[in-house]
Design a protein. Sequence first.
Length: 340
Amino acid sequence: MILHKSAIERLCMRHVELSAFSTYGIGGKANYLAMPETSEDLADLLQDCKLRGMPWYIFGMGSNILFPDEPEHDLVFISLKNLVDLRVTNGKWHVSSGTPMSLLSLMGLMGRHDLLDFTFLLPGCLGAGIYMNAKYNHRQICDILDTVYYIDTMEPGLHIQSVAVSDCQFAYKQSIFQQHPWIVVGADLNIPVSSEEQVLSTAQLLKDWKSRGSHPSSLPSFFSFFLGEVHALAGQGIPTPQSMLDIIKYRTSKRHFDYPSCGSVFKNNYNYGVAVGALVDQLNIKGTEYGGAIISPHHGNMILNQNQAKASDIRYLMNLISESIDRQFGFVPEPEIVLV
Ligand SMILES: Cc1cc2nc3c(=O)[nH]c(=O)nc-3n(C[C@H](O)[C@H](O)[C@H](O)COP(=O)(O)OP(=O)(O)OC[C@H]3O[C@@H](n4cnc5c(N)ncnc54)[C@H](O)[C@@H]3O)c2cc1C
């Protein structure tokens, strides 16, 4: 008799340090962690979790989440960063949710347009970028979407469904996906397909990204991969545009890739009108340390893991910033990072 393994047995790694799966380098041991490569495997996994009554947590590259020091015993962590596929269907780019957003900027470069430049060096996967409506300056991920594909985890069949970008309720760091138990599995882009050569080169780039056997969520390795690729393209006669050079300058000047972090900790309050980083500057608390964590001396809205910080150290400094802003400026900033 052949005994078939359940999806959890087949796809989950056991007793995995979550710290390797977040750019914060923080997180205790998870009992179950899976990185499905297809939406079928993802659906099987969810079905199995439902059957056994085990909760799950979906994430991507872990560049916007703070994992707990002691994860719940039966929580199944599911990263979609290996759900990577990029193809042209009916004349449109179809991109799976694990595709790094930064890769899209190189796709644009190879298509000789600037529509995707803003995604250059933006950490994280497209699925989370859609969930968070990630942005850089005035451009947001919703600007480049046509249709989003998702699984409604309440629907018994876990079939893939689609929603037009106009119905996704995108706003500053908001989307409909934050309001429902929906998992983004991919999207069609509203970006022109320039040439067959662009399609082939982008597919090759994704292959190279996939085959990189490095630390799964290391910011220095993320930075060096995309910087290396942009230099390689320059060597092939595709010069790096000024917009991307500016991004390199901005992110390196703010030391984005020097220490483990999850980028900005709080959302800006546009009603108040001054960025959280600038408010922290005025409070004179940049450089404050607690445990292994520090409020970045270079960017007031970033808390860095400078020396084996715990999630509790980051939370302590978040509270400090939040309470200081409330006391001085009269509002409580909303966290941008997701506290698991
Ligand atoms: C140095 C640094 C700089 C940054 N700069 C910026 C910036 O300029 N602009 C900006 O917007 N962000 C910035 N970020 C934050 C981060 O890049 C984005 O929030 C990004 O979208 C997170 O992608 P991820 O794959 O790492 O998501 P994760 O951190 O893995 O997940 C984030 C959230 O999305 C949910 N999620 C993940 N995948 C899915 C899915 N497929 N379906 C449904 N929900 C999902 C998770 O449950 C979680 O709640 C920065 C981060 C770092 C470390």
